[in-house]
Design a protein around this ligand. Structure first.
Ligand code: NAD
Length: 290
């Protein structure tokens, strides 16, 4: 019997737990976690993402601040703004919403954020710590996937895990985390030859590509666990926003073969959001004096 990996439901449970911890911290006279987000320019998707993060903070009792800058801001000035937040004792976590305008080098901004406030887990220091298996801020999407698999007690030890995609924010960190969970990990990508030879042997498939309906039923073995990270906006005149979200997995044909599968939406998306909250709460505990 196929079972859904219900990210909406699991994220609600984790959020309730975070909320309880925050109430306790406040009751004990501790510091309210505070997340700051830098938003540069007026990209529609970025505005939506940052607003969602603000709403999530409010829901669990965190403070949040959105710092908005014009798309024309220079790299130097943006770095100065990041440094101000690094020095601000009240702010525990800082995220810079990507993508940034062309004149700004994302790598330089990522590296300007203090690793102690880097709740996106993109700073090389945190990436290194994650690869060594040290406790640190984990990138939100892979961290969310790990939490989702754990919630359903999905066995990872000794399992063949195929990850499709090798980006710095999803595929690569996902491979490090599944390796730590004792999987035998294969990372497939755009240059992989005969990709389905790998996926057909996989006990767990994590698709993070960005191509709707990429993973078909004939690429998946019976009983596999399938996690669909992909989100692509596709025009849809029947929907009230004019678009719908599509994953990388051909859900209709793949789901009947699976033991577990994530829906899109309602799978990895809400888990990614809650993972950022977990990191922000950890920031207060891990680096109380920044
Ligand atoms: P990316 O574009 O940086 O990386 C895509 C990866 O897919 C690349 O490593 C590439 O090698 C691989 N790829 C491309 N074409 C391929 C092909 N034909 N065969 C095999 N591999 C191929 O994307 P990303 O940032 O890693 O995001 C991947 C997807 O996940 C996107 O749809 C994105 O919107 C989504 N995403 C979702 C969440 C979430 O919260 N659910 C978070 C982050 C990203």
């Amino acid at each position: 019997m196929m079972q859904l990996l219900n990210g909406n439901e699991v994220s609600k449970i984790i959020k309730a737990n975070i909320k309880e911890q925050v109430l306790k911290i406040k009751a004990d006279g501790g510091k309210t976690p505070h997340l700051a987000a830098i938003l540069v320019g007026s990209d529609g998707a970025s505005i939506t993402y940052v607003a969602a993060k603000e709403k999530d903070c409010e829901e669990v009792g965190f403070n949040s601040t959105i710092l908005r800058f014009d798309a024309s801001i220079s790299e130097e000035n943006l770095i100065a703004e990041v440094e101000k937040i690094n020095q601000n004792k009240d702010i525990d976590g800082l995220i810079v919403q990507l993508p940034l305008p062309k004149q700004i080098n994302e790598k330089r901004i990522t590296e300007a954020i203090s690793y102690k406030k880097d709740v996106d887990g993109f700073h090389p220091m945190n990436v290194g710590m994650m690869f060594k298996g040290l406790e640190t801020f984990l990138p939100a999407t892979p961290y969310g996937v790990i939490q989702l698999l754990a919630h359903y007690n999905i066995e990872t030890s000794g399992k063949n895990c195929v990850i499709i995609g090798r980006s710095d924010i999803v595929g690569k960190p996902m491979s490090a985390l599944m390796l730590q969970k004792n999987c035998t990990v294969t990372v497939c990508h755009s240059k992989t030859v005969n990709l389905s030879d790998f996926t057909k042997n996989a006990d767990i498939i994590i698709a993070a590509i960005g191509i709707p309906l990429f993973l078909k039923a004939n690429m998946v073995k019976e009983g596999a666990v399938v996690v669909d990270v992909g989100i692509t906006r596709v025009e849809d005149s029947n929907s009230k926003n004019g678009y719908k979200l599509m994953g990388d997995v051909d859900f209709k044909s793949v789901a009947p073969k699976c033991s577990f599968i994530t829906p899109v939406p309602g799978g990895v998306g809400p888990m990614t959001r809650v993972a950022l909250l977990l990191n922000t709460l950890d920031a207060v505990k891990r680096y109380p004096n920044h």
